[in-house]
Design a protein around this ligand. Structure first.
Ligand SMILES: [Zn+2]
Ligand SMILES: [Zn+2]
Length: 131
């Protein structure tokens, strides 16, 4: 299925051809800061299936160690995608339009979740990364 997404201000839009995979939520302290939220909500794209449709010139990147980074809208601040060594690796589920027909399949790094967060039951939880 084809998925589209956009940032809060709508200037940056994208399309993913082959659907999303491995949706997960990471509760580590780094993801909390990067997503300004209780956790990340993120899914991977198939390599080569991602295309920017508009606003690519507004993207700002933050690349951390190991070559993994995030890309933001410099106008509204939405976090749109994760990049690895310059290529789009996955998308933030919050910026996906409509129903991508995938649900978060695991909560990871639950051992370092925020003291104030309550995680709903029903989805596998891991204290650190998945086994
Ligand atoms: Zn924006
Ligand atoms: Zn994390």
């Amino acid at each position: 299925m084809t998925i589209t997404g956009e940032c809060f201000c709508g200037k940056i839009t994208y399309r993913v051809k082959d659907g999303l995979r491995d949706a997960r939520s990471c509760h580590c302290s780094r993801c909390r800061k990067a997503f300004s939220s209780q956790a990340s909500a993120y899914a991977e794209v198939t390599p080569g299936s991602f295309t920017w449709l508009s606003g690519q010139d507004l993207l700002t990147s933050f690349v951390g160690t190991h070559g993994f980074g995030l890309q933001f809208c410099s106008c509204c601040g939405s976090t749109l995608c994760g990049i690895f060594q310059g290529d789009v690796h996955g998308v933030t589920l919050g910026c996906v339009n409509g129903d991508p027909e995938i649900e978060i399949g695991r909560h990871i790094f639950v051992g370092s979740k925020a003291a104030w967060e309550v995680i709903p039951d029903g989805v596998p939880q891991f204290d650190e990364g998945p086994p």
